[in-house]
Design a protein around this ligand. Sequence first.
Ligand SMILES: [Fe+2]
Length: 413
Amino acid sequence: MNLPPNPFQLKKHADDILEIIVNEPITPHHKAFAVLQAMVQKFSYVIFTLTETASLHPALEPLFPEMQLLGSLLVVAADPVQTPFPLRGIKVFADVHAARTRIRNDHQIETVVGRIIKLPAFSGSVSEILRMLLNPEVTFEQIEEVTNKDLLLVSRMLKIANSSTLGNRMKIDDLKTVVKFLGIEGIRQILIQETFNTLAREFARVNDKISHMRRCSALSAHVGKLIGADLALIGKIKAAGLMHDIGALALSFHGAAEYIGIQRRVRSERLAVCEAEKDAFGFDHQEIGERLAKEMSLPAYITNAVGNHHNVDFEQHDLVSMSVMVANGFLNEQIEQVSATDYEKFMPALSEEREKNMRLHPQKKPAKPVETVDNEDGDGEEPAQDLFSSARVCALLKEELDNIIMASQSGEI
Ligand SMILES: [Fe+2]
């Protein structure tokens, strides 16, 4: 008697990896899918391998992201038609060997992040409060209690809350009011700046990268102003720009010699930095940076930018990450003269945002273009569609960068 071919097989690999090999089209009611749902919670990694006769039914689209929350899932499919919907957050590989290499690299990333997170920059009350802020139910009293143990942090918060940039007219001299005045996001952004300051001291040997991160932060914020973002969004953009390359710091910590070699190759061969990093380490600074950002309890808008600021095709780019990509791409291409990610791709979306903000708040125009840039119309008005043309925005960013450099030389920032 001829038995029907087995619709799926299970194969155990080392390192607590289970491979489920399927040979048929998979629907939400297929046995293999039920097995996948159960196994992804039991094994450290599950590889779901679609042989050439297998494919995923479109009805599975909403079910896959849920499964990724339960465990670590990787999909193997040689042909994109086998996965007819975006597998958000789930990586797809052409063969099982590539999937297993990815898992090995993940282990290495875990190990490196585990070592880095023990550095002084990631311990103490700043890190503790960042962790607390991820809890949506945290209270101001709890934040105040932990902050009070760190007198330096208290005085820094008082200073920032009373600075002119926040437009506070009344002098605040107690922590309770400061915490309420700044709010969760304001406190978080101060803590991020504090963490960065400590990192800048610890990673002084890669000062070029530290300067790049600082400049990217200021320039990203300027992009935010150009699109007419409100202060809350500009604060987020600034924080994301500041942290966007923490993965590069992590790589320099993990392999100092390889890191120098990568910088050399990026300059001499005009090689994309992520490619050079993958050659040297098997993973790039975005991957390790995103992992580190999560370990540091940074919010999603930052982990997103850290993990995807070179990924032009990433589907979930938001205004924060797009602003960082434009500022970072500009710095790479125009100033540092290394291979840059195609940041011009995001100009239409940013232009649209600016137009929208101008329509919504006609009385509050987005940041006025600097006057030294030639305006052919000569009437001081900037047509929205022109501002985010590549040459125009580059001139504006160049002007802003000069201001930033001058301010840093005079010790203002
Ligand atoms: Fe980067």
